[in-house]
Ligand binder design. Structure first.
Ligand SMILES: Nc1ncnc2c1ncn2[C@@H]1O[C@H](COP(=O)(O)OP(=O)(O)OP(=O)(O)O)[C@@H](O)[C@H]1O
Ligand SMILES: [Mg+2]
Length: 486
């Protein structure tokens, strides 16, 4: 995978520490929908125990928040108080650091002028009589990017919090970088000079709705019992990979695919496998998460997702999972929620219309359990050119799913001297007895048997026998529950 496909990486230094920021643009976009934890893989200098840094959205503003927890001792409390109080409002610390040529501190004072005088202004008002104007939380700022954070701490002085807000549409990776810098500045004040030297931190998003996910493990070959769908997806992948041929004939490849069918039939799996077949990044938007409790928030979220989609420079499959949630109310209800959803659906239509012209790198898949709820105009051809029904598997389909899953487990777990499945397996019988089940159910049947075996071994200490046909059938029966009396 190219570096670009992995996301933009920016590395910067702070007080001798190296901070790597990964794909901040995507992370910030994701933070419009969901709170995103950004800081990881870090070990902290004593007495700092833990530092968290998150970005989230509230009513039109992007909120940067961090929390620094320290060992509970009074020594720390004193330091933290010194940090935010200072002997004078500017703080001895700051002037000292400017002397030492610390750019951040200098920027702080130069850039914010008198406001920066309030930097490190604090809260411990009980101890030092201060004019009313200073009865505010302390402030630290990075004037270069215009980011100001308030600093507060809890009673014990073991928890320091930073918080900064920016209008959502103004936020850029530079602000994230600046906020991380301010957080590290406070850590440095607590733990002492040099305490960050040589450390490495990563700012990246953990698991978010539009995260590119490595799909390498999921392939169309692993899908059981949906031969026609798999064949069609392979054709779509070919069309995607050959834009020159499409252009020469003025042909347009499908830009949107709607998959519908009962839960657990493999829709999400198929989208991932398609991304893999195309060689595309996979970005999942959990549609319910677009919906924002604030008026206008949902519209902004969906617009932002498409704005980002226009910019993807690598082939990308965007999955709108549980798509019905944004369209199920179309045409119904005049309440605020209904109106917001209608607005989102309207924007979705407009955006889908020209997305592919704007960015040939993108293909959109939407999944739903309720196709009848989907407004026709949303899925009329041109927006979603391909509609696929993903049904529950029949006997042969289930047998094939068993076969593929078992084969996968064997190749993942069997080792010399360890046999996972007995020789007596009768896949056709498993297909028959599991009537009515989906791929997700079959996965659960296997999970239970695996767990039972592992537990058996854990209790007995000896090696358990391989999984037998009988045990698989019993697991199917158990999952199904007692059959209704005839
Ligand atoms: N046809 C199939 N072949 C192989 N595995 C399958 C199949 N269908 C489902 N599975 C297994 O079940 C799991 C769950 O399926 P998946 O999440 O794709 O279902 P879904 O159709 O998206 O369900 P939902 O509508 O509830 O979102 C998959 O990760 C996969 O392991
Ligand atoms: Mg799904």
């Amino acid at each position: 995978m190219s570096d670009q496909a992995r996301g933009q990486r920016v590395t910067f230094e702070y007080a001798g520490a190296t901070v790597e920021m990964v794909d901040a643009v995507t992370a910030l976009a994701a933070a419009r929908v969901n709170r995103v934890e950004m800081l990881r893989g870090a070990s902290w200098p004593e007495p700092v125990r833990r530092v968290e840094l998150s970005v989230s959205s509230e009513d039109g503003v992007q909120v940067f928040a961090s929390e620094i927890s320290t060992a509970a001792d009074r020594f720390t409390t004193a330091k933290v108080r010194a940090l935010v109080l200072g002997a004078d409002p500017i703080g001895v610390l700051l002037s000292k650091r400017i002397e030492q040529g610390d750019q951040l501190a200098a920027r702080l004072v130069d850039g914010v002028g008198n406001a920066a005088v309030a930097a490190y202004r604090k809260l411990g008002l009980d101890r030092v009589p201060q004019p009313a104007v200073q009865r505010e939380p302390a402030t630290v700022a990075d004037a270069a990017v215009g980011l100001q954070a308030t600093v507060t701490y809890d009673e014990n002085g073991t928890l320091v919090r930073l918080r900064a807000e920016m209008p959502r549409d103004d936020v850029s990776p530079a602000h994230l970088q600046a906020f991380a810098g301010l957080t590290l500045q406070v850590v440095l004040e607590i733990a002492g000079p040099e305490s960050l030297a040589g450390r490495r931190f990563t700012l990246s998003r953990e698991s978010l709705p539009v995260e590119p996910i490595t799909t390498s493990e999921v392939t169309l070959d692993q899908v059981g019992g949906l031969a026609n769908i798999v064949a069609e997806l392979r054709q779509i992948a070919v069309s995607f990979r050959h834009p020159e041929a499409m252009a020469r004939w003025g042909a347009r490849r499908p830009q949107g695919i709607l998959m519908y069918g009962p839960p657990g039939t493999g829709k999400t799996m198929l989208s991932r496998a398609l991304a893999n077949e195309i060689g595309a990044d996979f970005r999942e938007v959990r549609t319910p998460e677009i919906l924002d409790k604030w008026l206008g928030g949902s519209e902004r979220n969906i617009k932002q997702i498409f704005r980002d989609a226009r910019r993807y420079r690598v082939p990308t499959l965007i999955l709108f999972d549980e798509f019905d949630s944004i369209i199920s109310y179309v045409g119904s209800g005049g309440d605020a929620a209904g109106q917001a959803i209608n607005a989102v659906a309207g924007i979705f239509k407009q955006e889908m219309n020209d997305l592919i012209e704007a960015n040939p790198n993108v293909i959109v898949v939407a999944t739903t359990n309720f196709p009848h709820r989907v407004d026709d105009s949303l899925i009329r051809s041109g927006r979603f050119d391909v509609k696929m029904s993903v049904p529950k598997p029949d006997d042969a389909g289930r047998a094939e799913i068993f076969r593929k899953m078992i084969r996968g487990l064997i190749s993942a777990h069997e080792a010399p001297g360890f046999t996972m499945f007995a020789d007596d397996l009768d896949l056709a019988e498993l297909g028959r007895v599991s009537f009515g089940m989906t791929g997700a159910d079959i996965k659960e049947v296997l999970r239970r048997v695996q767990l039972a075996k592992a537990m058996q071994e854990a209790h007995s200490g000896g090696q358990a026998e391989p999984i037998s046909q009988e045990e698989l059938v019993a697991s199917v029966t158990e999952l199904r529950g007692p059959l209704p009396a005839a």
